[in-house]
Design a protein around this ligand. Sequence first.
Ligand code: 2HG
Ligand code: ZN
Length: 489
Amino acid sequence: MSSPPPELLRRLADRLGPKGYSDDPADLDPWLTDWRGRYRGKAEALLSPATAEEVSDVVRLCAEAGVPLVPQGGNTSMVGGATPDSSGGALILSLRRMNVIRSLDREANLAVCEAGVVLETLHQAALAEGRRFPLSLAAKGSATIGGLVSTNAGGTQVLRFGTMRSLVQGVEAVLPDGSLFNGLSPLKKDNRGYNLTQLLIGAEGTLGIVTAASLKLVPAIGSRVVAWAGLASASDALRLLRHLEAAIGDVVESFELVPRTALDLVLRHVPGTRQPLSEPTPWNVLIEAVSPIAAESPEKPLYEALRSALEIGIIQDVAIASSEAQADDLWRLRETISEAERHHGPAAKHDISVTVEQMPAFMTSAAAEVEERFPGTQVIAFGHLGDGNVHFNVAAPPGAGPEWFEGEGGQVTMLVHDLVTAAGGSISAEHGIGQMKLGELTRLADPARIAAMQAIKQGLDPWNIMNPGKLVPPVDGAAGSLARGGLNP
Ligand code: 2HG
Ligand code: ZN
């Protein structure tokens, strides 16, 4: 990809003004590297429109010139989904200035948020109205609504509320020719053909730029209980989940699996954390049970259910938080695993899913196979067991540097993905494909899926200007290749 034409850059600068356009390398620098520091790209300008109309004009100008755009929200992608390639041919389109909560209707239980609204800001705004947006993840302080929609993000409450896909009522988006699709209207029924909102969710910015979304709210938490259980095995964790479901039903919102290896990393690298149980156990589960009614605390039912789990030997030990501060401390042990892992050294990340019932056996056998075939590696698999999704991360042997990813790390990834595919699972459960998994998706997805994705991409973005080199396997095998010429060549 060659550099964007100076004439285009001049027109973009005129349209966006000094707040919305920068080609200062210091402004650009933080946005050229992904959160994990695995990908580093180049771009000549950072475009930061403040309205959907400005996004529309930017996209039209870029489509006319055939210049690609890499949309970016909080830059928290785990798969290099928001990092431009190293050619310098693309421009970064940041949605961070579009950060208005346009409306928050407590009666209708709906919030209309612009793409750049940070998840935590929405949480706080909803709470002020006695409501909540029931999707949360460790990056909530920087992840934005546009990115969460575009990646169909998951997190720690999927068990009860589903992924972003089930929480988005509609979207507003700029399509690759610059036209504005307004799908925000909160209609319960709408059969005017293809569901463009659902198509744009999880499209990773390859079909258009999500500029706003209407999001479903639920009643605020009235009372919650957080517990930490110690167990002997991952299959006991699944037994515990079923035991709790039978005993107390869907008040259980979060059920997060933490192996001792992950907890040890957190205790070592994250200041202020401490062992939650008196004796460490091989596996742990963080449980949160929630009631919307303050007077109907789920504490007693959860306590009883955990007591019987202890009696019949499903769990070895348990701690129940007795204050909000203790509950937050337990959550911190879970939410800082990625950060602790980043301090620890290189790790090949695998965000995988199989069925919930399969997961414990899969984790055990796959971990044994990886560690045997690649001596010195250590599997640290944690996360959303109740969704059949764990982060099956494989730490490199001690002393390995970033070059490990290109050699052995790549072979580890192929093995893990082969095992997941053979088990009928997915190589991307909640993080998306981005650039990191494009090769593996191309290698492993069935031809029907790939051909349909390519046809949709070609139909909506024949210029291949929307986040090229991400998610969609290129037809000609040249990732991100672009025929300059654009909309009106
Ligand atoms: C989580 O569940 C995130 O904490 C990150 O999805 C997972 O770092 C990871 O692999
Ligand atoms: Zn996760």
